[in-house]
Design a protein around this ligand. Structure first.
Ligand SMILES: Nc1ncnc2c1ncn2[C@@H]1O[C@H](COP(=O)(O)OP(=O)(O)OP(=O)(O)O)[C@@H](O)[C@H]1O
Length: 261
């Protein structure tokens, strides 16, 4: 049996005191590309942020390449709503440990410094990898993975289109030398033309063998890039669909919402 790349066991989390996802069990195998699809606001981003160590998990385990990333046991209940509990509570997972393990999360939206050029952003990005092997080669590969960025190399981020910024964000994630790359809504706000271009770039990344988790609302984009689709609804995994049964948009809407769409 192949060891899991990522395994979630009974993972529960949210924004205290509101739980957003509950008892999530999921295994991702090495080399797998997995997509998450579900209605807005049902907890996909919160789940990814928790796996990435941005948010503390409440209960359950996150295992990456066999190592547990979060502390054992359940989070203690909040003592008082009047306290800033985060000041006193020991973190149950550290984002730095997650990045060091090679689990890299590219957040939703544009978090890049607007006054830096593409070249400057991609020059400082490899520092996150802290000397991990292959980073020099990856830096050179960025040109081939994102041909469009070649033309924008000396442009400041503030002058880039949404799709180009998304490509820079993903390139930054790649320069952290991921052993698993998580992309959160990469097509958000993109025109159909840019979506196709981004899809090609992600396809190029896929071919380099980097395992992917992609959360996206665009069914065509998602299903063309993943080996398995996970439907996520009301904070739980409701269904897992293998590549050979990949649904189109209408079929997926039917599965998720029945006739009510
Ligand atoms: N910082 C926050 N503090 C409190 N609640 C939050 C915070 N961020 C999100 N939420 C709530 O958590 C729930 C899940 O949101 P989340 O962003 O994880 O959903 P999602 O499935 O990723 O949706 P979308 O596709 O719109 O990003 C929502 O009800 C949202 O309002």
């Amino acid at each position: 049996m192949t060891a899991a790349l990522l395994e979630l066991r009974g993972l529960t989390g949210g924004y205290p005191p509101v739980s957003v996802f509950r008892d999530v069990n999921l295994t991702i195998k090495p080399g797998e590309h997995v997509g998450f699809f579900g209605p807005n606001g049902h907890g996909k981003t919160t789940l990814l942020k928790t796996i990435a160590g941005v948010l503390d998990p409440w209960d359950g385990g996150i295992y990456f390449e066999g190592n547990r990333l979060n502390a054992e046991g359940a989070m203690q209940a909040r003592v008082s709503h009047n306290l800033n509990y985060d000041l006193f509570r020991k973190r149950r997972i550290k984002a730095r440990d997650v990045v060091d393990a090679g689990l890299i999360y590219v957040m939703q939206g544009n978090l890049l410094f607007p006054e830096m050029t593409v070249e400057e952003v991609l020059d400082i990005a490899p520092r996150a990898a802290r000397g991990r092997p292959g980073v020099g080669q990856m830096r050179r590969q960025i040109h081939d993975l994102f041909p469009r960025l070649r033309e924008r190399w000396q442009s400041k981020v503030r002058y880039l289109s949404g799709g180009e910024r998304q490509m820079v964000s993903i390139a930054v994630g790649l320069l952290a030398m991921p052993r698993l790359l998580m992309l959160d809504e990469p097509t958000l706000g993109l025109s159909p033309k840019l979506r196709i271009e981004l899809s090609q770039a992600v396809q190029n990344i896929r071919e380099t063998g980097v395992p992917l988790i992609i959360v996206d609302q665009n069914v065509e984009f998602l299903t063309s890039l993943v080996d398995r689709l996970i439907l996520f609804d009301h904070g739980t995994v409701t269904r897992e669909i293998p590549a050979e049964n990949m649904p189109d948009h209408a079929q997926l809407m039917e599965m998720m919402f029945g006739g009510a769409h």
